[in-house]
Design a protein. Structure first.
Length: 375
């Protein structure tokens, strides 16, 4: 299936696109027209070998070889895009913009899925997956350091906003952490209380479910007036940055959105603790507090981490929208690019946000696996 999708992308879409400037739509250029014939042939050859390997009887050694080939295919696709952009730039006007086309993204996605599938079939552990990610990341950074991607419009947008990019990235991470941290501190005690008193679960989940149904922009708008009034009434809060716009409403909204998955997963984890374990703990003379923090919460930790994983990925995306109310972060580039009809400026904010979400998901997935093994 992945081979068929990739072949359709090569034959029917542009691998790159070239536009007269950053505001006009580009003209698509196919893979074999854009790249050196040897690079295109290499991509096709590796894809064909992966197709043949998928038809062979499953074996871990074979799947590890398939993962290595899929990783090499990823790097070859990225390198081919940079090489093709550099070749096109030599004959293009100074204002021309060379962007990654739909064909590139589809090929990149199919190669990435092939890599993930091979690692899963090989039963690769966290250390092996981390090594693969680190190798691909270092190889991509090396290509970027050598200037292979300098001709791409995305790289030109980065150079134009380089002084703001690091600040926006750090602000984005701070917003997510500021949303997740308090949500855990509030949500876990709420979950423990709800697990102890089941009659509270109905009203509690009704309120949390209601919060989830409110669109993020609407929630930011609902917080604007009360926070602005609070800042006017208490100048000390205004001095600390609390107001109708800025990070304060963004963080409050992120906390509210994060509560439901954390509370629900923690309640489910505590409810799933074996009653025999609880009876044994009571027989050992544990107090109610000791029973909660030494038995129930540790046993519920895998589900709690799973909820935290959902929340973190969700908040990385919601923090992008927070740029609309002056909270900063990577969403600044996204909405600035939308306003200027500059697709690569949108990507400058969107791609790092996707990378943050994938990195957080991978780290928390690893933590959940460790917690499950410890359990």
């Amino acid at each position: 299936m992945l081979f068929a999708v990739g072949a359709a992308a090569v034959l029917g879409t542009g691998f790159l696109s070239i536009a007269p400037n950053r505001l006009l739509s580009g003209r698509p250029i196919g893979l074999f027209a854009a790249t050196d014939l040897r690079l295109g042939a290499g991509i096709g050859l590796i894809a064909g070998v992966l197709l043949l390997m998928s038809l062979a009887p499953p074996a871990r050694g074979l799947q590890r070889a398939a993962a290595a080939l899929a990783g090499g295919l990823l790097l070859l696709i990225v390198g081919a895009a940079g090489n093709a952009a550099a070749a096109l730039a030599t004959a293009a006007p100074p204002l021309a913009r060379i962007s990654l086309g739909a064909g590139f993204w589809i090929l990149f996605g199919t190669a990435a899925l092939a890599l993930v599938d091979a690692l899963q079939r090989a039963g690769a552990g966290s250390a092996e997956r981390s090594a693969v990610i680190a190798t691909l990341g270092l190889a991509s950074l090396a290509m970027a350091h050598c200037g292979l991607f300098d001709a791409l419009s995305l790289a030109r947008e980065y150079r134009s906003h380089e002084d703001l990019f690091a600040t926006a990235l750090v602000r984005h991470i701070v917003l997510v952490v500021a949303g997740v941290g308090p949500a855990v501190l509030i949500g876990v005690p709420l979950a423990i209380t709800a697990a102890r008193q089941p009659r509270l679960q109905g009203p509690l989940f009704a309120v949390l479910n209601l919060l989830q149904t409110i669109p993020s922009i609407a929630l930011f708008g609902l917080l604007l007036v009360p926070l602005a009034a609070l800042a006017s009434a208490v100048p000390m809060l205004a001095a600390l940055g609390v107001g109708g716009i800025g990070p304060a409403p963004a963080v409050i909204a992120l906390i509210l959105y994060a509560l439901l998955p954390i509370v629900r997963n923690t309640v489910a984890g505590i409810a799933g603790v074996d009653p025999a374990v609880i009876d044994a703990a009571r027989g050992m003379g544990m107090t109610r507090r000791q029973l909660i923090w030494r038995v129930e919460v540790p046993l519920a930790l895998p589900l709690l981490v799973a909820g935290l994983r959902i929340v973190t990925v969700q908040l990385v995306g919601l923090a992008v929208v927070a740029a609309l109310i002056g909270a900063g972060g990577l969403g600044t580039f996204v909405f600035e690019g939308l306003g200027q009809y500059a697709a690569d400026l949108v990507l400058l904010g969107a791609l790092p946000a996707i990378g943050l979400a994938l990195a957080a998901d991978f780290l928390l997935q690893t933590l959940a696996a460790v917690a499950a093994r410890h359990d």
